[in-house]
Ligand binder design. Structure first.
Ligand code: PLP
Length: 384
């Protein structure tokens, strides 16, 4: 018998969500309509930001964030190699040069000491970054205080890619409040903390940045009363080249409905993460580091095997047993499309060593204790 597959992540959709989407389907608006600003206001209020711009993916939000911070050809964008490719690709969409900073061995996030050293060298060479994309890996906040201090000293802007981290807290405050980052981005892909199917959002505390991102998401077009007064009420104006990155009202209604359960979801993830820590004690592996200054949203539960040579066999044993393990992340600089730009193995040794040992175990609010026990039992067998 083929065992039932336990995925590494899974959305939680309830009758309330279905009803919210159905109500939109029976309304006058399907594309961006009244539900979108309601969702934006609800997320902004929940996270303590003054502005939020909903779009069709976090990838689009990262792109709009880069444009609104004036990232252009000839500029430099730096990020972590331990992330999804989108955190780096956004710089290349703007024609900027992308480079990486190695990660901290404990947090697995961009290492502020490595960032400081690289900034000092870049300063001397006249090649300082305009934007640094700080990724809250697995839902765990970066050392945002240290990164902010470096941003103030060297004059770069911070995009916090919090695709994993909605519902997390840093120094007691919600992720997304913009105390440290210029723009924070969330993803609502189904494996993330809350979902809209596809979807993303950019939060900030700067009205001009938010206005520009909102315009760029819809072709760079303005149709406000001031410009219509001169020409007529049909009039609109493309002021710069934009895109169709709009979120639909169906998606926004689903997001609003999911947002109600954000705390419940994060609490369930915390409980399961604590339970994994307990169940995995004594095995030849490292469980996730706990930051005393932040509360992770626990998007991912990643273990590191003591013996990297066993990773492939352990991974394949688990997959064969119906455990939907995954690996986050293949270091971005090792992708063929980045090697072509000159990156090579050995460039970011901490991220590469981490990658060689990493396995992501299933973690989502609907994971039962019995299924979690099955994951751990199979892992024990694989490691025996
Ligand atoms: C999922 C993810 C993205 C992209 O999100 P989409 O909404 O799928 O575009 C970007 N960055 C990180 C770190 C992610 O995990």
């Amino acid at each position: 018998m083929i065992p039932r597959v336990i995925p590494y992540g899974r959305q939680d959709i309830r009758d309330d969500d279905v009803a919210a989407v159905a109500a939109v389907l029976h309304s006058d608006w399907l594309t961006q309509g009244p539900a979108v600003p309601r969702f934006e206001e609800a997320v902004a209020a929940r996270c303590g930001a003054t502005h939020a711009v909903a779009v069709n993916s976090a990838t689009s939000a990262l792109h709009l964030a880069c444009i609104s911070l004036d990232l252009k050809s000839g500029d430099h964008l730096w990020t972590t190699p331990n992330t999804f490719v989108a955190s780096a690709n956004c710089g290349r969409y703007c024609g900027a040069t992308v480079d990486f900073v190695d990660i901290d061995r404990d947090s697995l996030n961009l290492d502020p000491a490595a960032l400081a050293a690289k900034l000092e060298r870049a300063d001397k060479a006249g090649k300082l970054p305009k934007v640094v994309v700080a990724v809250d890996f697995a839902g765990q906040s970066c050392d945002m205080t240290a990164i902010r201090a470096l941003a103030d000293r060297y004059g770069f802007r911070i995009i916090e890619d919090a695709s994993h981290a909605i519902g997390g807290r840093y120094q007691g405050q919600p992720v997304g409040n913009g105390r440290h980052a210029d723009i924070t981005v969330f993803s609502f892909h189904p494996v993330k903390i809350i979902t809209t199917g596809e979807g993303g959002m950019a939060l900030c505390n700067d009205a001009a940045l938010a206005e520009r991102m909102a315009r760029l998401r819809s072709h760079g077009i303005r149709r406000d009363a001031a410009i219509q007064a001169a020409e007529g009420s049909w009039y609109y104006e493309q002021s710069e080249l934009g895109f169709n990155y709009r979120m639909t009202d169906m998606q926004a209604a689903l997001g609003l409905s999911q947002l109600v359960r954000l705390d419940e979801y994060v609490a369930a993830r915390h409980r399961l993460a604590d339970r994994y820590d307990h169940l995995l004690a004594g095995l030849p592996l490292q469980t996730p580091w706990r930051d005393p200054h932040a509360e992770s949203a626990w998007h991912l539960y990643v273990i590191r095997l003591e013996d990297s040579a066993r990773r492939r066999a352990v991974f394949e044993h688990l997959r064969a047993a119906g455990i939907g393990v995954n690996v986050h992340y293949i270091p971005v600089h090792l992708q063929p499309d980045y090697r072509r730009l000159g990156f090579a193995p050995g460039d970011y040794p901490v991220a590469e060593d981490y990658y060689a040992r990493a396995i992501t175990l299933p973690l989502y609010p609907g994971l039962s204790d019995a299924d979690q026990d099955r994951v751990v039992a199979e892992l024990r067998t694989a490691l025996a």
